[in-house]
Design a protein around this ligand. Structure first.
Ligand SMILES: Nc1ncnc2c1ncn2[C@@H]1O[C@H](COP(=O)(O)OP(=O)(O)OP(=O)(O)O)[C@@H](O)[C@H]1O
Ligand SMILES: [Mg+2]
Length: 451
């Protein structure tokens, strides 16, 4: 894909000549003023900014400082006058990659920009590798229950055959997203990346262009150079279809076709592209029930359901609570600089007696909250007063209206009831409460209500 360059200079002849010089090689945009440049940077996120030190409305130096702060991944090359040598030193200290001195020399511009972009690509790669390693490091299914061990064994075995799709089910917060990454980063040795498609967030209209990509000029508004879809981005890696249960029926039909043919066409394209990614799908909805009710295609269900791994709710594997608590205390200590060394037996009992309707996510959030707000070296029951035993998924909505009204609890109750009436259909539940669907989804996540 063509790299994006923004040239900022109040001298139009410079803008023109640079634009001509790189036509067809880089996508060049220009700005004559600092304010205009700021806008372009936000809109286009250029790979490189070529920046004149003296601008009519602001100092190029200030703009440089701002870019370093807001978009540190952009490489900046300064343009200075011959008499501004001292400012060059300052610019380099502020993080400019290189500089060019006026009058500009064509050959020099080319070489300087080539080097700068090369440097950016390298940095990009390093960052990606570090990210992957960082993920790899924290990618761990903590727990010692038999149930979790079985999950790991099944997933590890399934990981061996790349062509077999994997279906992960379980309530919200049980670790489906984590397990998908563990399968990719630890249990397999795939050279390609891990790519997620959140099926809740994607409309049918967007689905094709997002998932399959498009050829240049495929439709109005398409980027001139075309775009790779997620299927292609996940080549030789893993395509993780999260929340597959919320995919519309027409989109399901489309996906089924691709899985059957193991190939697809880009929008506006005529060449079939082979699917080389492993498919992992996840759902916190009961897909069998969705099939019975006609909300999920039976044939797609069978295609995905070759190997199913069910993540049990945390309340069914109490043996995991101690190791998970210790693990979250340790990681949150590290993040916050706190020094909790142990959890008192009484506090552990509070944690073990609670039903954790939001599963591991809720436990993680609870520990995070304690480590953040409290001090000391021992986690005590007093720190956990926000957990009320017996509280959780089973309470009837509105049952607690006798005493003080608690906003969060009330909303939670209403959402639970709406989800129950809509049998877990989020859109329907949102309609029942006259709540915009995006707010509904946000609150379901926030209060750990999905399943
Ligand atoms: N066994 C585990 N060990 C360590 N961390 C875990 C474990 N299970 C879940 N987690 C953590 O709990 C949080 C919730 O897990 P995850 O996002 O994978 O759940 P999910 O099943 O995908 O939920 P949802 O259906 O809401 O998307 C994450 O931060 C995850 O890292
Ligand atoms: Mg998830």
């Amino acid at each position: 894909m063509m790299e994006n360059i923004l040239v900022v200079d109040d001298d139009r002849s410079i803008l023109k000549s640079i634009q001509m010089m790189f036509e067809g090689k880089y996508a060049v945009t220009t700005a004559e003023k600092g304010g205009e440049a700021q806008k372009r940077i936000q809109d286009r996120e250029p790979d490189l900014v070529l920046l004149d030190i003296g601008l009519p409305d602001m100092s190029g130096m200030d703009l440089l400082a701002e870019i370093r702060r807001t978009n540190p991944e952009i490489v900046v090359v300064m343009i200075t006058g011959a008499d501004e040598a001292s400012t060059v030193v300052k610019a380099m200290k502020l993080g400019a990659y290189d500089y060019l001195v006026k009058p500009l020399d064509g050959q020099e511009i080319k070489i300087t920009l080539q080097n700068a972009l090369e440097n950016r690509r390298l940095k990009d790669r390093i960052r990606r590798i570090q990210q992957a390693n960082g993920e790899r490091y924290s990618l761990e299914l903590v727990g010692k229950s038999e149930k979790l061990k079985n999950v790991m064994t099944t997933a590890r075995n399934a990981a061996k055959s790349v062509d077999t799709p994997l279906l992960l089910t379980g309530e919200s917060g049980t670790g489906k997203g984590l397990l998908a990454r563990v399968v990719h980063y630890r249990y397999s040795d795939l050279p390609g990346p891990f790519v997620t498609v959140n099926c809740t967030a994607i409309t049918h209209e967007l689905f094709e262009s997002e998932i399959f990509g498009y050829e240049r000029g495929a439709f109005t508004g398409a980027r001139a150079e075309g775009k790779k879809g997620r299927f292609e981005a996940a080549a030789d890696g893993t395509l993780f279809l999260d929340e597959i249960g919320s995919m519309s029926l027409s989109t399901q039909a489309k996906l089924l076709g691709v899985l059957e043919d193991r190939a697809f066409y880009r929008v506006g394209g005529s060449k079939a592209v082979r699917v080389s990614a492993r498919i992992i799908a996840a759902s916190n909805m009961d897909l069998e029930k969705a099939v019975e009710e006609g909300r999920f295609r039976k044939d797609l269900f069978f295609r995905l359901n070759v190997v199913k791994v069910e993540l049990p709710p945390l309340r069914e594997r109490p043996d995991d609570i101690v190791p998970l608590t210790e693990y979250f205390v340790k990681t949150h200590n590290e993040k916050t600089g706190k020094k909790f060394a142990r959890t008192s037996p009484e506090a552990m009992k509070v944690l073990q007696d609670y039903s954790w309707p939001g599963n591991v996510r809720e436990l993680r959030n609870a520990i995070e909250r304690v480590v953040l707000l409290e001090d000391g070296d021992e986690l005590l029951p007093g720190h956990l007063s926000f957990i009320r035993p017996g509280q959780g998924g089973t309470r009837a909505p509105g049952a607690d209206f006798s005493g003080e009204l608690d906003y969060a609890e009330t909303i939670k109750g209403l959402i639970r009831e709406a989800l129950r009436r809509s049998r877990g259909n989020v859109l329907e539940a949102a309609r029942l409460l006259k709540m915009p669907p995006h707010k509904m989804r946000y609150r379901i996540k926030k209060y750990d209500l999905g399943n």
